[in-house]
Structure formats: structure tokens, C-alpha cells
Write a protein that binds this ligand. Structure first.
Ligand code: SF4
Length: 431
């Protein structure tokens, strides 16, 4: 069935003084590519996916497109009440990649935005529209797939059955307090289960979601405070790998630091897991910083790796990760080791329209793909204040190139690397 499209440009959205979200048909919805405002194309618009949220952006005025001349136009006050307003953005459900970010102009004293992604959203035909596409058909984190009563029942039962396993107790909090989809799938006994292990990290990412020492914006979940034993890890992983559909267990979660910092524990855990079951996939989500540790885990039986990457340009990578004792070369070496061993490698690539599709970034990414040969790029939206991000990764006074456009960027990557896959989730390799 042909995907529904709006029959004309959606209207701009703004938030009134009480946070109520209203549309203003006097201006069309606009999208931003790092401050370049454009009218989204009809073919780039999809209905707001179920499970998404709408955010009011404090200290920011919405930018729309004037139907009269097609130019960007600022909406400074409520057109109905002449009162102060704020811009609005969509935080999309998993498996969706933004083509354009929310269009707004920040006021001088605008507070920093918390660690979420801010996509362009408009209103038409009694529904919200976003400039985005679904990049992965896998339903594992679709809101409709979670029945909260079933999640609560299954979680409480497993917590009661495993009172001494600290890792299971930790995942119970992730599931019931933070609503982590991976933890929920673990307790429901399906798909991908999380194995957080590390309280520490050898980087200090500006957008780290588990630790924000500067206090600039709150981390979205607390970091694990202990290193589970290989036995505690295996007690989570083995039953899951033996029974779950399309079973995956993944080290490296949002509630921890860098798992490679616990390489000895991970090596013993993987050997323990694989001595009990060869079913399913043992995956590592990582910053890729320690190739020696990756090599050790390959020999223990690691099946796949997902390396997080904000940029394929060494200077932008360094300014974002603020690494302690490693560089992008080490990260690339880790990917090459996985491929040399015939294992699976993904990039967890943070997409920001206007930055990721900058021709210089595109060229650097192509070089990395040619050099390292990853199998899959997971198209994750960058989850932080885009203005702080650009201030961090760009040199002072650096002017950006004209972006390719996320659609053209995606199409050109596919053309150059026909065997390269795109998605959002870690693939299940061994059934
Ligand atoms: S590598 Fe991960 S855990 Fe470490 S600082 Fe970056 S986001 Fe945080």
C-alpha cells in the first residue's frame, strides 16, 4: 500500500505560554540542516511514528516557510494571542532517521537542550508529520510490541527468582524505572538482551547519556556501579540465547561506560556462555578504543561488534569523544580485526542533517568504509543539543559546506557500497 503523504505542506507548530502545541497555517513547516532552513519535500514526510514524543524547546522561536515567497520566516509571538511562544520538535520512536532537524532560532539566554534528538515536525490533515524515514523494519522496539502489564509481571517474576544476581536486579531497574526497550525484551524473553558491565569509560563524550560530569544536561540514566561476575553475566545470557527468538545478547549499553575496560571479565563471560550454548549472537556495542581487547574477545567467541561514531574525521571524532589514550585509528583497527576474523561489524553512526551529509564528512566516511569494510551502518539520530554539538566539533570560524541532503547522502553511499547494509538494530546472526 502506497505510503500516505500530505497533499500540501504541513503547517508550522509552536508552543503557547502553557506549553500547549498549536499549528499556524500562515507559515509552512520548515526543516533545518545545521541552520539552513528549507521546506521539506512531500516525499520526505511521514506520519509521526507511534511511540514518538513532542518537545517544547525553551528559549527558541520557530522558523517556518512563508508561502508567499518560499523564504524562511521567524514566528516571534502567538499569532492568536500575541503572547510569547517557543518552538516544537519531535523525538522520534526508534528505527526512524531524521532527514531534517527542527527549525528554530535560539534566543541569547536559551538553556541547553537535554540529550535527545530534535526532528522537524508539522501539522496537516489532523496529524503530525516528520521529515524522516523508517531505516529498519525490525519491530523489536516498536511501542505497539510492549504490553506494560506483561512486562511488569515477567520482570517481577524473574527478579523474585534471582534475588542474588546483581545484574538481573540492575536490569530490573532499567526496565521498570527507565523503560529501556532492551531490558524489557530481556524480561519478555525475546530478541536483544542487554549485558551492561562497566562503571568506567576511557572517553568523555560531550553527549554521553550515562554520565554528564559538567551537569550541563542530566544524563538520561544512571551508570551501573559494579562489574558483574562472568557467572552473573552468563546467568542472564545463556537462558536468553537458548530460548529467545532471534536471540542476541549485547555488551555496551546506555547505562554504562565502555565495556572494553572490562575485557578480562567479558572474555571469561563469553567463554562461559559459549561453553553452554552456540545459539544466537554475542554482540559488543563499543567506542572501539582498544583493539587488543577486541582481539581477545574475538578469540573467546565474540560474533559481532557495533562501533559508535559521531564522525569519520579524526578532529571531529576527537573533539566529541575527548578520548583518554586512544584515537580514531585505534577504532578503525578494531573494526578491521573483526572483519579479518570473519565476524560482523556495524557502525553506530550519529546522524545530524547538515553535518553528516557535509561533503567532507561524506568523503571521510567513504574512506573509512573502504578501509575497514563494515557490514552495516546503523543510522542513529544524534541525541544532543545540535548547536552545542556544532560548537564542539567545528573549528572556530569554520564554515560548513552545502550539505548533500540526507536522502542523496544515503543513496550515494548505497551506490558506492552495494554490499553495505543500513538499519538501526544489531542483526541476529546465528539462529
Ligand atoms: S564512550 Fe559511551 S560511555 Fe564513554 S563517554 Fe562516550 S557515550 Fe559515554
Amino acid at each position: 500500500m502506497a505510503r500516505r503523504r500530505p497533499d500540501r505542506p504541513p503547517a508550522l507548530l509552536f508552543a503557547g505560554g502553557n506549553g500547549e502545541i498549536l499549528d499556524y497555517p500562515g507559515l509552512h513547516m520548515a526543516g533545518s540542516a545545521c541552520g539552513r532552513f528549507t521546506l521539506p519535500r512531500a516525499e520526505d514526510l511521514i506520519e509521526l511514528p507511534e511511540g514518538s514524543e513532542l518537545f517544547v524547546l525553551p528559549g527558541r522561536l520557530p522558523v517556518g516557510i512563508d508561502p508567499a515567497d518560499g523564504e524562511p520566516a521567524l514566528l516571534e509571538r502567538d499569532p492568536y494571542e500575541n503572547t510569547p511562544i517557543n518552538a516544537v520538535a519531535a523525538f522520534m520512536a526508534p528505527a526512524h532517521t531524521a532527514i531534517l532537524s527542527a527549525a528554530y532560532q535560539s534566543m541569547e539566554d536559551a538553556p541547553l537542550l537535554p540529550l535527545f534528538a530534535y526532528s522537524a515536525v508539522g501539522w496537516h490533515d489532523d496529524r503530525f508529520w516528520v521529515a524522516a524515514f523508517r531505516c529498519d523494519p525490525d519491530p523489536r522496539q516498536d511501542a505497539a510490541r510492549f504490553n506494560q502489564q506483561a512486562v511488569n509481571r515477567a520482570t517481577r517474576a524473574l527478579l523474585k527468582k534471582n534475588p542474588t544476581n546483581r545484574l538481573i536486579q540492575h536490569l530490573g531497574k532499567c526496565c521498570l524505572t527507565y523503560g529501556c526497550p532492551a531490558a524489557r525484551n530481556y524480561f519478555l524473553g525475546r530478541w536483544e538482551a542487554p549485558l551492561p558491565t562497566s562503571p568506567v569509560c576511557n572517553a568523555s563524550c560531550v553527549g554521553c547519556i550515562s554520565l554528564q560530569p559538567s551537569g550541563c544536561c542530566p544524563a538520561t540514566q544512571d551508570r551501573i556501579r559494579f562489574v558483574p561476575t562472568p557467572a552473573e553475566i552468563a546467568e542472564v545470557a545463556v537462558p536468553h540465547l537458548q530460548k529467545a527468538a532471534r536471540a542476541i545478547v549485547s555488551f555496551g549499553q546506555g547505562c554504562e561506560g565502555e565495556p572494553l575496560m572490562q575485557a578480562d571479565t567479558l572474555e571469561r563471560a563469553i567463554r562461559l556462555i559459549r561453553s553452554a550454548s552456540n545459539r544466537g549472537t554475542v554482540n559488543l556495542n563499543t567506542n572501539g578504543s582498544l583493539p587488543g581487547a577486541v582481539d581477545k574477545l574475538i578469540r573467546a567467541g565474540l560474533d559481532s561488534i557495533r562501533v559508535s561514531l559521531n564522525s569519520a574525521r579524526p578532529d571531529c571524532h576527537e573533539r566529541y569523544y575527548r578520548p583518554k589514550g586512544f584515537s580514531l585509528d585505534d577504532v578503525k583497527h578494531s573494526i578491521r580485526l573483526m572483519k579479518a576474523a570473519g565476524r560482523h561489524a556495524s557502525l553506530n553512526y550519529f546522524v545530524l542533517p547538515g553535518f553528516s551529509d557535509d561533503p567532507d564528512e561524506f568523503a571521510a566516511l567513504c574512506d573509512l568504509i573502504e578501509d575497514c569494510g563494515p557490514d552495516l551502518i546503523q543510522l542513529r539520530n544524534l541525541n544532543m543539543d545540535p548547536e552545542l554539538y556544532l560548537k564542539t566539533v567545528r573549528r572556530p570560524g569554520e564554515t560548513a559546506n552545502i550539505p548533500m541532503g540526507i536522502r542523496a547522502w544515503h543513496a550515494e553511499l548505497s551506490r558506492r557500497f552495494p554490499r553495505l547494509c543500513f538499519g538501526y538494530f544489531n542483526p541476529s546472526l546465528n539462529l
